[in-house]
Design a binder for this molecule. Structure first.
Ligand code: ZN
Length: 275
């Protein structure tokens, strides 16, 4: 079985200090948390940055640089920059794609539209085409974010049309109230459609994070954890730092007998372009 790739999703764009005092918001806090996750065994960090005025997500390139540059300097982490902006706020496409200018090895690619609370997270065909083209031109591998089977089918169609390249890397987002649930049946169903040469990872939202992590561990998939997806370490107990989630996955992997991939090994597994 492949070594396990652990991704840490440090902050996302929507979790505020009111929800948890432990959410990293400033560039310094995001960098510090990412370094702790790397030291704990994460090989990829998924990065959003926050607007200092609103505390919510922003696609401001200058703020991304304040996170990306120190992480490139101090770690060998694989960086996966977001192109989602604030899901549901639907920023202009140019703004969403701005972080690609920093040529990360990975960038998120939300493969379709979906309801999110009382809004809609719009990922129009035009967005998908432009994101795919720009990532291809810059040598950035898309991390294909899949909230339901339709999004996965969309990616398969884009792979057939050579808008996306093989081998693809899928990130299955399970357990939102509007998409595929964080259940074995749901994961197996999506897994059935993933091309054999592709790699895949799972995100379990909220209380779904541990069930899907354990399933991915056993099935040969990879795992994403972190406060973007879940702020509770256990029922009713807020996580104090992102690294605690990474440490728990490392412990589970060790107990199970699956080795954890280093960033260098992750680059090989995902066939990333050399940075
Ligand atoms: Zn994200």
């Amino acid at each position: 079985m492949q070594k396990l790739i652990i991704t840490a999703a440090i902050t996302g764009s929507r979790v505020t200090r009111e929800k948890t005092p432990h959410i990293p918001i400033t560039p310094g806090e995001i960098v510090q948390s990412a370094i702790e996750c790397w030291q704990a065994g994460a090989s990829i960090v998924h990065i959003h940055v926050r607007d200092p005025d609103t505390g919510l997500g922003t696609q401001d390139l200058g703020i991304f640089k304040q996170v990306v540059e120190p992480l490139r300097d101090k770690t060998d982490l694989v960086l996966c920059l977001t192109t989602s902006g604030i899901p549901g706020k639907n920023l202009p496409i140019e703004e969403r794609l701005a972080p690609l200018e920093l040529e990360p090895e990975l960038a998120s690619f939300d493969a379709g539209s979906i309801n999110l609370g009382d809004s809609v997270f719009i990922n129009s065909p035009e967005f998908l085409e432009r994101a795919a083209t720009e990532m291809k031109n810059r040598g950035v591998k898309p991390e294909l974010e899949i909230f339901d089977l339709g999004m996965l089918i969309t990616c398969l169609r884009m792979l057939d049309a050579k808008q996306l390249d093989h081998p693809a890397h899928f990130q299955l987002v399970l357990g939102t109230p509007w998409g595929a649930p964080a259940s074995p049946r749901s994961l197996l169903n999506l897994h059935d459609y993933i091309p054999p040469e592709a790699t895949w990872s799972v995100i379990g939202i909220g209380k779904g994070h541990l069930p899907v992590s354990v399933m991915a561990l056993a099935m040969g998939g990879h795992i994403r954890v972190g406060m973007e997806d879940n702020i509770y370490y256990s029922r009713g107990v807020l996580a104090r730092e992102n690294a605690a989630f990474v440490e728990r996955i490392v412990r589970l992997a060790r107990a199970y007998g699956r080795e954890v991939a280093t960033p260098e090994e992750t680059r090989g597994i995902l066939k990333l372009n050399p940075f």
